[in-house]
Design a protein around this ligand. Structure first.
Ligand code: PLP
Length: 370
């Protein structure tokens, strides 16, 4: 193995020559942003690829989340998971909404619908679950809770690009779903994101919100924000999309390899593949149990010393960060399962360019028993 650090993920970069024609077109048209031709082409291409009707592109997943909350006019309290990337809860805070944390399910690692129901108060307006690692939430149970209590559901689907259940793309669930196209995600536009919308009217409202609320030269209809994706990002996305199936196939091979080899290592548990799902293999989480010879942090540091930067996604829990830890719902006793998982989890490197011998070496390091 070379001396380079192997990180948990690495963006898939198609051959540079393939990007040149896109750049030539941008130089020719001089359109850099503001709903240019690549922006529309990527929206159409993504809608077709995912099999959804309406999608609105954004400059980042976080801006898309913030705009989704505005588009639904949400306020008060929103119930969410502490086991996610901090942007999920930050989006609520930026919208003047009080986050209420509920515990996760030990199998799906996503919000437990029963814990959600128990967290509802008269101020609750919505649920913000995350399909963590691209593993689908219990969408039916969550919708039942939402229907009974008249709540909106916004899915943070940042990890769930191209994840399908038996009925189609996972982003069709809830009132809105938000994707991230950050460089660390399965499909990337460097920075970027999108909202999957249920109908044309909702998309029109969201497109207005992401463009300052500006309808035409003399008309501003609402207090919008600048969430627009540029032409360079959109062009990069179109190129990525040509290769994303191959990238996911390679991720699947890595997943299969890890899973087979880790089966025989006592104390290492791989959360089972989600059932009846076409998964994107966005992450490869393992749970380091107490019968493994090292603690999770011990294993993390051993790998780190040998050039493997596995990541403790998601540790600390969002509810443990200083700006949230004084919320009543952030009390450690309220979130026992999330705390337990955050203490045990480690995400191994998984990305298309990861080499067979690197996968093999990583497993070798985990298998060492002294
Ligand atoms: C990446 C990520 C985001 C934020 O997306 P950006 O595009 O980086 O702004 C939100 N939620 C989760 C769960 C993420 O992993």
């Amino acid at each position: 193995m070379s001396n380079r650090l192997i990180t948990v993920t690495q963006p898939f970069l198609p051959p540079l020559e393939e990007f040149i024609p896109y750049l030539e077109e941008i130089w020719k048209t001089r359109r850099l942003t503001n709903a240019g031709p690549f922006h529309w082409r990527l929206e159409m291409a993504l809608a077709e690829y995912l099999g959804v009707e309406h999608i609105a592109l954004f400059a980042s997943g976080t801006l898309a989340l913030m705009t989704a909350l505005k588009a639904l006019g949400l306020s008060g309290e929103i119930i969410t998971t502490p086991f996610s990337f901090v942007a999920t809860t930050h989006a609520l805070w930026w919208g003047g909404i009080t986050p209420v944390f509920a515990d996760i399910d030990p199998n799906s690692l996503n919000l437990d619908p029963k814990a959600v129901e128990a967290a509802i108060t008269p101020r609750t307006t919505a649920i913000l679950p995350v399909h963590v690692y691209g593993r689908p939430c219990d969408v039916n149970a969550i919708q039942r809770v939402a229907d009974v209590h008249d709540l909106k559901v916004i899915y943070d689907a940042a990890h769930a690009f191209a994840v399908r259940d038996s009925g189609g793309d996972i982003t069709r669930h809830g009132d809105l779903s938000v994707l991230s196209f950050h460089a660390t995600k399965v499909f990337t536009t460097c920075e970027g994101g999108a909202i999957v919308c249920p109908d044309a009217e909702t998309k029109r409202r969201i497109d207005l919100l992401k463009n300052f609320g500006v309808a035409d030269e003399v008309t501003v209809l609402t207090t919008g924000i600048n969430g627009k994706m540029s032409e360079l990002q959109a062009a990069f996305g179109l190129l990525q999309l040509r290769h994303v199936d191959a990238a996911i196939r390679r991720r699947r091979e890595i997943d299969t390899f890890y899973r087979r080899r880790l089966e025989h290592i006592p104390g290492i548990e791989c959360p089972p593949l989600p059932a009846d799902i076409v998964w994107n293999h966005a992450y490869f989480p393992i749970l380091v149990q107490s019968d493994y010879p090292l603690s999770r942090d011990g294993l993390y540091h051993r790998l780190r010393e040998r050039g493997i930067h596995a990541r403790r996604y998601f540790y600390p829990l969002i509810s443990e960060f200083p700006m949230y830890r004084n919320l009543p719902s952030a009390a450690p006793t309220h979130l026992p399962i999330a705390r337990d998982v955050a203490k045990k989890v480690l995400c191994l490197p998984i990305y298309p360019a990861l080499k067979d011998e690197e996968m093999d070496a990583i497993i070798g390091m985990i298998a060492e028993t002294d």
